[in-house]
Design a protein around this ligand. Structure first.
Ligand code: G6P
Length: 369
């Protein structure tokens, strides 16, 4: 055990720090100077994808959050309609499947019972085909799918998923680019997105350097019972993933909201005992987010803001902190901003003395319904 964990205290920490390499491996030989290479989705993949008119994504847990990010990406850049649903819901309802819809299952293990059942159910619902985005080549999901795109995260031991998530985002970014090009995205924008994706491993590496600051921050969470995470746009799923990490391993109740929904309920909970973690990348929604944060400040809430180094956001808070991150671009920002949230959950859990790699009541792979 100790040998495999090397210098790290837990597998989760090791896996967080493996992300630059895992993401680079997932991109390797799949994207070149001119963009996404042919046939990265398997034999016949490009022909099948050329017929796609829409996408349904099905997954559970962290993989579901990756799917939610992909919805923002594919709709924005490829202009194809995308729906994302948790597998346990999808399998028991009569989803409408428009002609030309691609079914995508995202699963680290490829053995999650609900996801496999949803895949099998999809067979009788008339999809164009199925694509599995998965980390285990010999898994059931990969065997049963028409097309596959393997994440190359390597074995993930920590129950709380980290490198599997960011490599899923890398794989979904490749799919987004493939579909975007096919759907006629402007070539200058396409080249910019490709350049951003090339930068992703380095951007994650930079984000990991925030660890000492995050350790300091984590201390203030030790006595907390609740925390709220906020994000907007493609960073709403990032907020969801950050809150999931915190609750899974530190047992602090955490919820995530799209920041615009704050005033429709969660604001009632905000007081000096409720830390509010905000993901604040640069972009058109930044001003909106800032006014949401002002609502938190006005109620004495403690704000922890993860801000893009290019974003104009000031402290202004009586309590709280701002951490600056170089997101490396709007497209890849969700993957980069995930990293400090993983580190925050990890260090809070360590300080609270929980069993970080094997949180109570949870399993790495849920193979029963
Ligand atoms: C379990 C794990 C999660 C994971 C989810 C889906 O709940 O604890 O970390 O996200 O299953 O697993 P999958 O292997 O399908 O991605």
């Amino acid at each position: 055990d100790a040998v495999e964990r090397g210098e790290y205290r837990h597998y989760m920490q090791k896996e967080i720090f493996e992300q630059p390499r895992a993401v680079a491996n997932t991109l390797e030989a799949r994207i070149g100077a001119g963009g996404v290479l042919p046939n990265v989705f398997g034999i016949g993949g490009d022909e099948l994808l050329a017929k796609v008119k829409g996408v349904h994504i099905i997954a559970c847990g962290t993989s579901y959050h990756a799917g939610m990010v992909a919805k923002y990406w594919i709709e924005e850049y490829a202009r194809l309609p995308v729906s994302v649903e948790v597998a346990s819901e999808y399998r028991y309802r009569e989803a409408v499947v428009p002609e030309g819809t691609l079914f995508i299952a995202i699963s680290q293990s490829g053995e999650t019972a609900d996801t496999l059942a949803a895949m099998r159910e999809s067979r009788r619902r008339g999809y164009l085909g199925t694509l599995a985005i998965c980390n285990v080549p010999e898994s059931s999901a990969v065997r049963e799918a028409d097309l596959k795109l393997m994440t190359r995260a390597g074995p993930e031991i920590g129950v709380a998923s980290t490198k599997a998530f960011t490599t899923q985002l890398a794989a979904l970014a490749l799919l987004t680019l493939h579909l975007a090009k096919q759907q006629g995205l402007d070539s200058a924008r396409y080249n910019d997105l490709c350049a951003q994706l090339h930068r992703l491993p380095r951007a994650i590496d930079e984000a990991l350097k925030l660890e000492p600051q995050i350790i300091e921050l984590a201390a203030s969470f030790i006595p907390r019972h609740h925390a709220l995470f906020l994000g907007r746009g493609a960073h709403f799923p990032v907020a969801l993933e950050g809150s999931l990490k915190l609750k899974e391993i530190s047992y602090i109740h955490a919820e995530a909201y799209p920041a615009g929904e704050l005033k429709h309920g969660p604001l009632a909970l905000v007081d000096e005992d409720m830390p509010v973690v905000a993901v604040a990348p640069n972009g058109p929604l930044l001003d909106k987010l800032k006014s949401n944060l002002q609502e938190v400040r006005a109620r004495g809430g403690e704000l922890i803001v993860f801000a893009d180094s290019a974003a104009h956001i000031d402290g202004g808070a009586t309590r709280g902190s701002i951490l600056r991150i170089d997101a490396g671009g709007d497209f890849i920002a969700p993957a980069v901003f995930t990293v400090p949230l993983q580190l925050l959950a990890y260090h809070v859990a360590v300080l609270r003395g929980t069993d970080v790699d094997q949180p109570r009541n949870l399993a790495k792979s849920v193979t029963v319904e």
